[in-house]
Ligand binder design. Structure first.
Ligand code: G3P
Length: 222
């Protein structure tokens, strides 16, 4: 296995919901096995068990609430998410913004169950702030490029190199992913050349006519 990491966020795309989530996860598993590159998926909460029990690949939740066991209603409890089959979680996202205090508390809750933690950020300053909280990964994604089909590696390479530099200065153990508009092999290569260790992506794969073929293209140049 290479140290490159690809995480596919299924968001609430219909194509990645229910049995669709299983199908996309199966395509990820096949491409991961063939390429030796680690590929994980982040389905909706209700699909975590469905995906994790049918497909042998790393499953992440799209978020996690900083609550413990007890008198809490309507939350995603880390232990339950883990028991559903997830091995990690995304924390914070431009589509689901948290305060810094809640990001910190979510990281603690996730670490409490041994989860891999990926904190999404929107610029260099928030990447630096997130790194100070000690997650495993910071994934920088400029919001204006999310879902645009325009790769961050092309449109805003400085946000990636700037985040890598800022994160390394604060905590060299934290690794950087980048995302937004990533879908092609050359986008992944460019992301790695900018110093990230992988990508967080969604629409370019989930909404592709053939997600398996899109994933094959994504890993084809490394
Ligand atoms: O979490 C990944 C995401 O926000 C990037 O979305 O559709 O631009 O790959 P997309």
């Amino acid at each position: 296995m290479s140290s490159t990491l690809i995480v596919l966020n299924l968001k609430t795309y219909l194509e990645g919901t229910g049995e669709g989530a299983v199908k996309v996860a199966q395509a990820c598993k096949e491409v991961a096995d063939d390429s030796g590159i680690e590929i994980g998926v982040a389905p909706q909460f209700c699909d975590i068990y469905r995906v994790a029990s049918q497909v042998d690949l790393p499953v992440y939740s799209q978020s996690l609430d900083p609550v413990g066991a007890g008198s809490f209603t309507g939350h995603a409890f880390a232990q339950c998410v883990k028991d559903s089959g997830a091995i990690g979680t995304l924390i914070n996202h431009s589509e689901c913004r948290l305060t810094l205090a809640n990001i910190d508390a979510s990281i603690s809750a996730a670490k409490g169950v041994g989860f891999r933690t990926i904190v999404c950020t929107n610029n260099v300053a928030t990447s630096a702030a997130a790194a100070a909280l000690g997650p495993d990964y910071v994934a920088v994604e400029p919001p204006e490029l999310i879902g645009s089909g325009i790769p961050v590696s092309q449109a805003d390479p400085e946000v990636v190199t700037g985040s890598v530099e800022a994160v390394k200065r604060i905590d060299p153990a934290v690794q950087v992913l980048c995302g937004a508009g990533i879908s092609k092999g050359e986008d992944l290569v460019a992301a790695l050349e900018l110093g990230s260790v992988g990508v967080l992506l969604a629409s370019g794969i989930v909404k592709a006519a053939d997600p398996g073929a899109a994933l094959e293209d994504l890993v084809s140049k490394i």
